[in-house]
Design a protein around this ligand. Structure first.
Ligand code: CUA
Length: 309
């Protein structure tokens, strides 16, 4: 069992959770200190300068005090800058996934979560991950805006229709934690639960024999490539009607309007759904849209493209 962080916090079960909690408590205790300074001052002055007898005259108006005003400006300014620096560090840890992360595909829809691990394994409503490895989730929505939240891991990220978002975490101990949707997404929003199950590396390595079945993934993407894309795009670097897919993933490409684009999930999905949106320089805008490809199909093609080094 993970150590609870005092009685009002859920267990801190990911590698970033402790730093999120530390930052929270820095801000919390600063607020407590200033609460007593401000309210204490109000009460003290109200008592000290109260009207002591009926014929006492009104207190004289007091002008400004440079030393006092400089003090109550400079000290809070330093504290706010300090909070920014602490917060920015934790934010960068939360937002930048380690390069050796295991990459999962996550789909949110009314009202369920669908998870696919790097080998295409999927268990309905359960995200199965190994302990001690960073895990990056690339997430999309099939309908409305959802939000992916694991309280025990202190990670939360909106999941949007029409574009990809991502979140990462590393859990070092085996265990089970709740996943909740934290964006109101319709009637059953409050039932949009799932579980994340952290396994020992051995359990995870044997998942194909135990709890996981392969459905889509890079093999499915390769089949789709052969019967949908291969007529115009090679995988060996040669030029056909369109650019080759060899080494395309993560590359920066120049577009016909002079702009530059990094080939990532959002670029690929746009290029398949709206091929004329961004046309690579030197190629005719000849590609039709592929409405029959499902979101799972496109995610599979992306997984296949990543293998074309
Ligand atoms: Cu999905 Cu709320």
């Amino acid at each position: 069992m993970d150590t609870p962080n005092g009685y009002w916090m859920p267990p801190a079960a990911s590698t970033v959770a402790q730093s999120v909690d530390d930052l929270y408590f820095v801000i919390f205790w600063l607020c407590v200190v200033f609460f007593f300074i401000v309210t204490g001052g109000v009460v003290y002055f109200a008592y000290k300068y109260r009207r002591k007898h009926p014929d006492q005259l009104a207190t004289q108006q007091i002008g400004h005090n440079t030393l006092l005003e400089a003090t109550w400006t400079i000290i809070p300014a330093i504290l706010v800058i300090w909070i920014f620096v602490l917060g920015f560090r934790v934010y960068m840890d939360l937002i930048v996934a380690p390069g050796d992360s295991l990459e999962y595909q996550v789909t949110a829809k009314q009202w369920a979560w669908d998870f696919r691990d790097p080998d295409g394994c999927s268990v309905p409503g359960e995200l199965h991950v190994p302990a001690g490895r960073p895990v990056k989730l690339t997430m999309r929505s099939d309908d409305v805006i959802h939000s992916f939240y694991i309280a025990d891991f202190r990670v939360k990220q909106d999941v949007l229709p029409g574009r990809y978002s991502s979140v990462w975490f590393q859990a070092d101990k085996p265990g089970t934690h709740n996943i909740q949707c934290t964006e109101y997404c319709g009637t059953s929003h409050s039932n949009m639960f799932a579980k994340v199950v952290v396994h020992t590396p051995e359990e995870f390595a044997n998942r194909a024999q135990t709890f996981c079945k392969v459905t889509v993934g890079k093999e499915h993407g390769e089949k789709l490539y052969k019967n949908q894309c291969a007529a115009c795009h090679t995988i060996d670097g040669n030029r056909l009607v369109g650019p080759s897919f060899k080494g395309i993933w993560g590359r920066e490409g120049k577009m016909s309007d002079g702009s530059k684009v990094i080939v990532d999930e959002n670029y690929i999905v746009e290029s398949i759904r709206i091929p004329t949106a961004k046309v690579v320089e030197g190629y005719p805008p000849a590609m039709p849209a592929f409405p029959t490809l499902t979101n799972d199909d496109i995610a599979s093609i992306i997984e296949y493209m990543k293998t074309l080094k």
